[in-house]
Ligand binder design. Sequence first.
Ligand code: ATP
Ligand code: MG
Length: 332
Amino acid sequence: MSAPVIFSGIQPTGRKHLGNYIGAILQYVEGQDRGDPAIYCIVDLHAISVAYEPTELRQRLYDTTAILLAAGLDPSRCILFRQSDVREHTDLTWLLTAVTAHGDLNRMHQFKEKSAKQRELVPAALFLYPVLMAADVLAYKADEVPVGEDQLQHVELMREIARRFNERFGETLVVPEHRVPEIGARIMDLQEPDCKMSTTSPSEAGTVFVLDEPDAIRKKLGSAVTDSGREVRRDPEKAGVTNLIDIYAVARGTDPEAVEREFEGAGYGDFKKAVAEAVVEFLAPVRERYAELRPDEAALERILAEGAEKARELAAPTVAEVRDRMGIGPPR
Ligand code: ATP
Ligand code: MG
């Protein structure tokens, strides 16, 4: 089998957290040498689907770029760019709305959850978010989409959109597969272990940010919600402990079974301390490299611009093909 085209996007909203790091960013780094190419996009156009500040958006975009580079993305081994620099994404979005069922968009969990949180207007952008996400991936005829588990429904929808397009207009688009990590596809909030760790979560205490100082990490893990039992083992009834076992396993590069054996007979207090130290060591190199990379915004812009140029070369022919199949514009 030939090397897959890998594509994924990440939002520049807020600060990136441990869930993003384990669920998505680690997979991006791994995909660089497997993908031909591996394409990663910072999705500023998705970020405007919720309330935001224009000046902050640019800052957060640089933050996210620097985090990705600090985590190990290497612009000579992958394509890293800003979504809005490649107009093909928005062009294709409108074309794909023609083969997207309104009823499917209405069923999306993310739309339901995020629209319920909006205090004033619910932007249509929030509703159309999955179509833009489909365009992101389908424009590159990507085979593989590394994401966290919360995005499975959106990947399922883009598969449906690609299939419907191909049925209606002839075989054109590639139906992509999702890829979630074996451990850590859904990192849970430390304070509310029944909810996923999230940028938009109201509880700072439940969210470990990639750039948190060691003491902040220790404090958050020290006060992580567990249960009234005392065994360090995975169990659907023990969401908090199960989450900590997964986090420790990923941070130490081992598997959950080995973690259960290591902490047999240990109390929750000692276990949480060990998880905290593992996470501190896991994230420290990223935070240090970030501090070196983030100040040079001109260098970050150069990397993004070069990435956008490569991305455009790949996306433009697909969009031209889609337009042609749909009878849009002059005949080719
Ligand atoms: P928001 O809540 O604003 O949607 P987010 O925390 O989900 O933000 P995104 O930028 O939307 O962040 O997600 C980037 C990637 O991280 C996606 O692939 C997503 O599936 C993954 N991801 C997000 N949260 C988690 C989590 N708790 N565990 C594992 N992966 C996650
Ligand atoms: Mg998200």
